[in-house]
Design a protein around this ligand. Structure first.
Ligand SMILES: *[C@@H]1O[C@H](CO)[C@@H](O)[C@H](O)[C@H]1NC(C)=O
Ligand SMILES: *[C@@H]1O[C@H](CO)[C@@H](O)[C@H](O)[C@H]1NC(C)=O
Ligand SMILES: *[C@@H]1O[C@H](CO)[C@@H](O)[C@H](O)[C@H]1NC(C)=O
Ligand SMILES: *[C@@H]1O[C@H](CO)[C@@H](O)[C@H](O)[C@H]1NC(C)=O
Length: 453
């Protein structure tokens, strides 16, 4: 039922318009079929918000500032998820067409668009449906990185039109608009356009006629720091569907600003789907997976079996997310984990609390020095897939002399939906592969550098 509402809501602005494209009636697109060139492996580096390669990298920022930003962004993401998840039960609710991102947080892919290709930094968002970029002329598109994409300067740009042809100018072009739950809004027109990816041998691979939202009107309360958003949810118009219904991303360390960061995204047949898999379900545009337990070291901790289950009313469940840095667990599970971690640390470290985040479990100490040999925490999923969190994934150095657990209780938010959310810190050192055909997600612990060429 929830899904149905979403489709209906979405169709108003985007989806049915696509269904209307009749190649006979629209000579402009008749010769263009959605196809991809060889090699079918579309690779982009992913740039995390604290990377030296990020357009807004600020060398003056301290570790403390960075973590503070990460926490704020995670909170914004989750607050916006609530608007999204809360909307699906109320029919005819305008909020049903919201997408749940606070997109300022996440990893940026670098994909070039058009001919000549213009590099664009796009937020990778597994919770939204469309690839869009800011397009000239654009109102309110301030402070985008690099160069804005100008469709009039691209020889491969082909607008999609609702009438017999595009001869009637911009008025006949298919409109789209997307509203994110943090009130970021983009509207514009739909088009087919070529995407260009660099290959490791300094060549190029191209996706021809990818569906592109060309955004001419942007509203956001925050400076964007990106050119657009690469939606990768399981909707049949996403780039992932167009390139073979699979993609994978590998998350290297996201806490350092080191030059050597091999985080990346791969679309197409060459996506890396290895390791153990777990089935996913899509709801409210997010990927839900089934978590069946947690262990600390070798010990399986005593969490009641249905703790992480998604309830019939849509509450609960576990989302694997690309937009939150921190991980949040439903309280019944969090408390058990907390007790276990405290039993290991309370005796050796002095606890500290921060007024900003009184819910964070923190201790005086230095991660790299003091937690050597600390047992790993493993999240177990249906089907045998595991996510193993070593100290770098489970804790963050919050201040120079204090570290905190990067897992919090979802109940710090006043949410009705109470999902558990697995954030990017927990996915560090993992390749995460999405098989949209078989509805499986693969986890493999790996050095991202090994998959980078
Ligand atoms: C977004 O698209 C829908 C459907 O086409 C339309 O009804 C609505 O007015 C649009 N919203 C804005 C603000 O353009
Ligand atoms: C960093 O600090 C220096 C010295 O205070 C200042 O000149 C510079 O503008 C700052 N850079 C940024 C990006 O804020
Ligand atoms: C994005 O890719 C282009 C083309 O390969 C490159 O010139 C540019 O430096 C990249 N931008 C970033 C921020 O990595
Ligand atoms: C996408 O899915 C919808 C609903 O399931 C379907 O009606 C539509 O034909 C699909 N479009 C494409 C291009 O496959």
């Amino acid at each position: 039922m929830a899904l149905l509402h979403l489709f209906i809501a979405f169709s108003m602005c985007f989806f049915s318009s696509i269904a209307m494209i009749d190649t006979k009636a629209n000579p402009q697109v008749s010769s263009l079929s959605i196809s991809t060139a060889k090699p079918d492996r579309f690779f982009s580096k992913l740039i995390h918000p604290h990377s030296v390669h990020h357009p807004y990298y600020n060398p003056n920022e301290t570790t403390e500032d960075r973590i503070e930003h990460d926490i704020k962004r995670s909170l914004a993401r989750i607050a916006s998820l609530e608007a999204k998840i809360g909307s699906s039960s109320a029919s005819n609710d305008h909020r049903a067409s919201l997408y749940p991102t606070a997109p300022h947080s996440a990893m940026l892919a670098n994909i070039s668009i058009g001919h000549p290709p213009i590099p664009q930094l796009l937020v990778m968002d597994t919770g939204s449906p469309l690839l869009w970029v800011m397009c000239a002329p654009c109102s309110n598109c301030d402070r985008y990185p690099g160069q804005i994409f100008d469709p009039s300067q691209s020889s491969t740009y082909s607008p999609l039109c609702s009438s017999r042809s595009c001869h009637y100018g911009i008025s006949s072009q298919l409109p789209f608009n997307i509203t994110y739950a943090d009130r970021t809004f983009i509207s514009g027109t739909l088009a087919l356009e070529h995407l260009v990816f660099d290959t490791s041998d300094e060549g190029r691979s191209e996706v021809f006629n990818a569906l592109l939202g060309c955004g001419h009107n942007f509203l956001s309360s925050e400076e964007p720091g990106y050119n657009g958003i690469l939606g990768l949810n399981n909707f049949n118009q996403t780039l992932a569907w167009q390139t073979g219904k699979k993609f994978s991303y590998c998350i290297d360390s996201i806490t350092t600003d080191s030059n050597f960061d091999y985080s990346h995204l791969i679309l197409g047949e060459g996506a890396y789907l290895e390791g153990y898999s777990t089935p996913f379900q899509v709801s409210d545009d997010m990927y839900y997976i089934t978590m069946i337990g947690i262990s600390v070291g070798e010990k399986s901790i005593n969490i009641a079996p249905r703790t992480f289950e998604r309830k019939p009313d849509g509450t609960g469940g576990v989302i694997i997310d690309s937009g939150s840095t921190f991980t949040f667990l439903v309280s019944e599970g969090y408390e058990v984990l907390l007790t276990e971690i405290r039993s290991l640390l309370d005796g050796s470290f002095r606890g500290v609390r921060y007024v900003e985040e009184p819910w964070l479990l923190c201790y005086l100490g230095t991660l790299s020095r003091d937690l050597v040999g600390f047992p790993v925490v493993t999240f177990h999923f249906a089907g045998g897939a595991d996510l193993v969190l070593d100290t770098e994934s489970l804790f963050i150095q919050r201040k120079n002399d204090a570290f905190c657990m990067a897992v919090g209780p979802i109940n710090v938010f006043d949410l009705r939906s109470k999902p558990s959310i697995i954030g990017l810190l927990a996915q560090q050192s993992y390749n995460v592969g999405y098989d949209l055909n078989n509805k499986d997600i693969y986890f493999q612990r790996i050095d991202c550098e090994l998959l980078s060429d």
